[in-house]
Design a binder for this molecule. Structure first.
Ligand SMILES: C[C@@H]1N[C@@H](C#Cc2ccccc2)[C@H](O)[C@@H]1O
Length: 438
């Protein structure tokens, strides 16, 4: 291995209670809200082809004109309790909220810039009421923070000149000030979800970022920070020059899901997912495929079956209300979670041979294995292969515990679970209790 000063400081998973709680979440909500929600991907009557929250990067948009959106930010229908209640009904255990996206606009009254809600017609802090409303419902809050800040004149994409270096030093202090400010103002926040860390200017700040991460962890013991925050001294991101993950969980799964357990390298990870193909902030037009409740439930099942959390994005409207399509999905997911959340919360990789009918999830610390069924075979027989000398001691339908199944042993530790019916309206869960029969 290469001697590194600023690579991974821990090999393997965190084992403390804060991280074990994070690992058990299963389902989360992402919220992308800010000035970009006002134009919603449209500018001077033309539709931007990219993601709505990236509108300011469009050459047709002048930064000055975009920044003056601050004087239009007035979400009169914003109600933090209502958002948190929707999330509660959906069954999420944590929420990641944009405090500042790449455009630099702060949803909290930061004292380090004027580009905040305090100078908008709305005037009031958005983050505080959201943290309070979610905390009240037992939903943990993670604060999203973009290092890249298109509003701050000291931001640089790279450091090429002495002037760049002097400006970016100011920018680093500004960033540190804002992060310590967020941790001070919102002490119950469980973690920080960093973004906008890919440009060379930040990738060259291994020592500074490492020191800042240590400072934040010292300030807030247990704080959860992902792999996207910093690079090592050779510019390696997420995994250092020795292949070890930096941070507490892998943040590489943006709009994609690992296929097999080997893809996650034994680390904790989250998958953050949009409802349309690629829109995080509110967009007037949702082009392409819009994911259905069943598709999102399968993504959730797949993530939990591979030791990850699934975080679904919501892009609230400029008036502060949630989009109808998102409310409908939250309701559909919530109805399914109302019956089956036992198979999601405290779930982990079961270590069994994947079958076509769906996904296994093992309840952490127990002998309970959940079969999350998405594809019913024509035979109606679900194939289950357990480790040798392991037998099934009990089988029942989570949604209908009275419905017991008599597993048919078809080989050593191999079974068929014969379904009693052929058609199912929604994905369903069968519970296996196993016993060692060596
Ligand atoms: C969580 C998501 N990360 C942000 C991004 C991005 C991005 C930008 C360029 C190329 C690939 C990805 C999106 O704007 C959203 O905040």
């Amino acid at each position: 291995p290469i001697a590194l000063q600023h690579g991974a400081h821990r090999i393997g998973r965190r084992t403390d209670a804060d991280m074990e709680k994070w690992r058990a979440y299963g389902l989360g909500q992402f919220i992308h809200w800010g000035l970009y929600s006002i134009p919603a991907g449209e500018w001077n009557g033309k539709q931007y082809s990219g993601a709505a929250e990236w509108l300011k990067s469009w050459k047709e948009v002048s930064a000055t004109a975009y920044d003056s959106l601050m004087y239009q930010f007035n979400p009169t229908k914003f109600n933090a309790e209502s958002w948190a209640e929707t999330a509660k009904q959906m069954g999420v255990k944590y929420v990641t909220i944009t405090t500042k996206h790449h455009d630099g606009f702060c949803l909290w009254p930061s004292k380090y810039t004027n580009f905040t809600v305090a100078n908008s017609p709305y005037k009031k802090d958005i983050i505080g009421p959201l943290v309070k409303a979610y905390d009240k419902r037992g939903i943990d809050v993670i604060l999203y923070f973009s290092i890249m800040d298109w509003h701050n004149p000291d931001w640089r994409y790279d450091i090429k000149t002495r002037e760049d270096s002097i400006a970016f030093d100011r920018f680093k202090q500004f960033t540190r000030n804002q992060l310590l400010e967020l941790l001070t103002l919102y002490p119950t926040a469980k973690g920080l979800w960093f973004d906008g860390t890919w440009d060379k200017s930040w990738v060259k700040q291994a020592a500074f970022a490492d020191s800042l991460e240590k400072e934040m962890r010292a300030m807030r013991p247990g704080l959860i920070i992902g792999s996207r925050f910093r690079a090592d001294e050779y510019g390696k991101r997420h995994f250092d020059s020795n292949g070890n993950m930096m941070g507490d969980y892998e943040q590489g799964w943006e709009r994609k899901i690992p296929e097999k357990i080997a893809d996650v390298h034994g680390n904790d990870w989250d998958c953050v997912m949009t409802v349309p193909e690629n829109q995080w902030g509110y967009s007037k037009v949702w082009k392409g495929h819009i994911k259905t409740t069943d598709e999102l439930l399968e993504m959730l099942a797949k993530c939990v079956s591979l030791d990850g959390n699934f975080v679904l994005n919501f892009g609230p409207k400029p008036d502060g209300t949630l989009r109808t399509e998102e409310l409908d999905l939250a309701k559909g997911i919530g109805e399914w979670m109302g019956i089956n959340s036992e198979a999601i919360y405290n779930g982990e990789y079961a270590g069994l041979v994947k079958q076509d009918w769906g996904y296994y999830v093992k309840k952490t610390g127990t002998n309970k294995i959940y079969m999350l069924v998405f594809n019913v075979p024509v035979s109606g027989a679900l194939n289950v292969v357990l480790p040798s000398r392991t037998a099934i001691s009990k089988v029942y339908d989570l949604g209908n515990p009275g419905q017991n199944y008599a597993p048919e042993e078809i080989g050593t530790s191999a079974y068929f679970i014969h379904l009693k019916q052929q058609t199912f309206k929604r994905p369903f869960v069968i519970v296996l209790e196993t016993a060692d029969n060596s």
